[in-house]
Design a protein around this ligand. Structure first.
Ligand SMILES: *[C@@H]1O[C@H](CO)[C@@H](O)[C@H](O)[C@H]1NC(C)=O
Ligand SMILES: *[C@@H]1O[C@H](CO)[C@@H](O)[C@H](O)[C@H]1NC(C)=O
Ligand SMILES: *[C@@H]1O[C@H](CO)[C@@H](O)[C@H](O)[C@H]1NC(C)=O
Ligand SMILES: *[C@@H]1O[C@H](CO)[C@@H](O)[C@H](O)[C@H]1NC(C)=O
Length: 575
């Protein structure tokens, strides 16, 4: 792919970073977490996996979509579709993909090394349907194919390297099999394979990872224990085979793109209609419109024949939660004392919490089902029957037809909430349906999305905070911009704890002093989907510069929320 404007940025970065020492590229505190392709804090899980406590775990086949074309496994059992086979493989490790379509007694796919002088390396050969062995082409062979071939041969960590070899007398042949893999497959049969006739190029040699050894100081230690040359980290290429060399990057080398989550992906993943970055910046419409007009974009070509196409198709069949999306609103921003006045349907997840006397106590945010999130300090467990929640309220004196009111069914305050320190200042409120079986909000209420990874947004990101301006009566729903700040422990010292996030309002709009407690700090991804990044918790001297508001960091509590509400209620992906 040829330069897009942001590649210039990458280029500048590589000029400014002298040398290729891995420390320059790697975020060390991230590396210590041993992230791999199975870490949903960093990447999307495969469609046959789901995200549980930060790890991609195997689904059971019935949790896969039902649609798709059948495939045959190495045990000669026909599976309904690729996802069902891969989830079975993921759990049992005893079968692999064999071929497309229903099983046929003649189907076979055998891969071997030749000559097998060493048990771990040799020229790669494939025999399909007992029709004679054929060498794999060496030109264009990447570490992706080598990793897949080695995995297929029984080396779970993949390859230590690959070479392209000039054919010698006895191995010379007029044809070879060109393989193109994504790099995560477990069988070469899943890759795109094309027979090339009349070829006069090189053959593929792979060196599979046998015995573990200590890595040298110039090598990167992959999580799967392989050692790779340090200059191969953060280049968008999955050299380790478990992706661990691409997940903790301050910068990405040329020919790769950096996601906000510090992950490097190959440029060929940009604008390919599949989201690879957690917050979608690789498929950002602005970027992709521009890219569509660039001449010379690489076609995906025969890769379309691989099972990768099927993998992508299955992804589109997975259920996806509708959250965080509003109809674009084109109203003039009306600036008020405490921020901008919110328009109808602009913050359709924002709710108001009233006490028995009818005073507005706090804000909350609707997250799906009958659930509202708010700050723990907003709710007193002794009189939950007295609280009322109003949805779609813009102004406490002006009734509108979208407004609905709910009593509370149940309140779950975080078990380690500490009212002295504001630690774990988060509570789940379950609203009561008005009649059994009816849904909770019935009007135009839209749930906000819950972020599942702390890497989705980072300091510098501009987000929005909404809340009721309590300085005046009536209460009016206002919003303002808030910028995520690096780390507030310099300002708040030991009062700034794990599970807290801080954000400053650059122009002093909407601050914690006015009735916004429990209200949402929402950050938007590249496709304008809103995620609940924070819940307003505390602050001091809020209108003075240098004293940003402190929020409960919602991503930190994803598992807690999922445990109490059910994963499918709050998970946009990875279910
Ligand atoms: C990461 O892996 C290393 C080496 O296996 C181990 O010592 C360390 O405890 C692991 N760290 C985490 C956070 O799991
Ligand atoms: C799945 O297959 C059924 C019947 O074969 C079809 O009616 C339905 O539209 C398919 N769904 C999708 C999402 O393709
Ligand atoms: C192998 O045989 C099966 C069934 O006989 C056929 O569908 C498939 O296309 C064959 N594969 C190749 C690569 O020839
Ligand atoms: C914040 O920064 C301080 C030093 O500036 C560091 O010790 C601390 O670990 C950081 N905390 C977080 C949560 O990043």
């Amino acid at each position: 792919m040829k330069p897009l404007s942001f590649l210039l940025l990458n280029l500048c970065l590589s000029f400014s970073i002298l040398g290729h020492k891995q420390e320059v590229y790697l975020v060390e505190e991230c590396v210590r977490n041993n992230y791999t392709e199975n870490s949903c804090n960093k990447v999307f899980c495969q469609p046959w996996q789901k995200c549980v406590y930060g790890s991609c775990l195997c689904k059971i086949p019935y949790q896969c979509p039902k649609n798709g074309t059948s495939v045959c496994a190495t045990n000669k059992i026909t599976f309904r579709n690729y996802c069902q086979l891969k989830s079975y493989e993921c759990q049992h490790k005893t079968v692999r993909f064999l071929s497309r379509g229903n099983c046929n007694p003649q189907d076979s796919f055998v891969i071997s090394l030749d000559p097998r002088t060493a048990t771990t390396e040799g020229l790669l050969q494939v025999e399909v349907n007992h029709s004679g062995k054929i060498f794999v082409c060496g030109n264009d062979l990447s570490i992706n194919e080598a990793n897949v071939a080695c995995r297929h041969l029984g080396f779970p960590e993949g390859a230590d390297g690959k070479e392209s070899i000039e054919p010698d007398g006895h191995s010379h042949s007029l044809e070879c099999l060109k393989a193109t893999c994504r790099g995560t497959e477990t069988s070469l049969a899943e890759c795109a394979l094309t027979r090339l006739n009349q070829f006069n190029g090189k053959l593929a040699k792979v060196i599979c990872h046998g015995n573990h050894r200590e890595c040298s100081s110039r090598e990167f230690h992959c999580v799967n224990e392989k050692c790779i040359n340090s200059n191969k980290v953060c280049n968008g290429i999955n050299d380790c085979g478990d992706l661990s060399d691409e997940l903790c990057c301050k910068a990405c080398k040329e020919e790769s793109f950096r996601c906000n989550s510090d992950v490097c992906i190959p440029n060929k993943y940009l604008c390919n209609n599949e989201m690879d970055c957690l917050t979608g910046e690789d498929e950002n419409p602005q970027l992709c419109n521009k890219a569509a007009n660039e001449p010379g974009r690489e076609g995906i070509g025969h890769a379309e024949e691989s099972m990768d196409k099927e993998r992508k198709k299955i992804k589109t069949l997975l259920p996806q939660l509708h959250c965080g999306v509003v109809i674009p609103i084109r109203t003039r921003k009306k600036r008020m004392l405490g921020g901008y006045a919110a328009a109808q349907n602009e913050y359709p997840w924002h709710v108001a919490i009233f006490n028995q006397l009818g005073s507005l106590l706090c804000s909350g945010v609707y997250i799906g089902g009958c659930w509202v999130l708010t700050a723990a300090q907003c709710i007193n467990l002794h009189n939950i029957q007295d609280y009322k929640i109003w949805t779609m309220m813009l102004n406490s004196l002006m009734f509108n037809l979208d407004m609905e009111t709910f009593r509370l069914n149940r309140v779950i305050i975080h078990e380690y909430y500490n009212s002295q320190t504001n630690e774990n200042d988060i509570a789940l409120v379950e609203m009561k349906t008005r009649s059994p079986g009816s849904s909770c909000p019935t009007s135009n209420v839209v749930p906000i999305c819950i972020p599942w990874s702390q890497y989705m947004f980072k300091s510098g990101q501009q987000c929005k905070v909404s809340g009721y301006d309590g300085l005046r009566n009536p209460f009016v729903l206002n919003w303002g911009y808030a910028d995520l700040m690096r780390n507030c422990s310099e300002i708040y010292k030991e009062r700034y704890l794990t599970g807290m996030e801080c954000a400053g309002t650059p122009d002093g709009l909407v601050d914690v002093c006015t009735g916004v407690l429990g209200g949402p700090l929402v950050c938007y991804d590249a496709n304008n989907v809103g995620y609940l990044w924070g819940i307003v918790s505390w602050g001091e001297n809020c209108d003075r510069k240098g004293h940003p508001a402190v929020y409960t960091k919602v991503a930190h509590y994803f598992d807690w929320i999922a445990r109490h509400t059910g994963v499918s209620v709050i998970s946009r992906y990875n279910v």
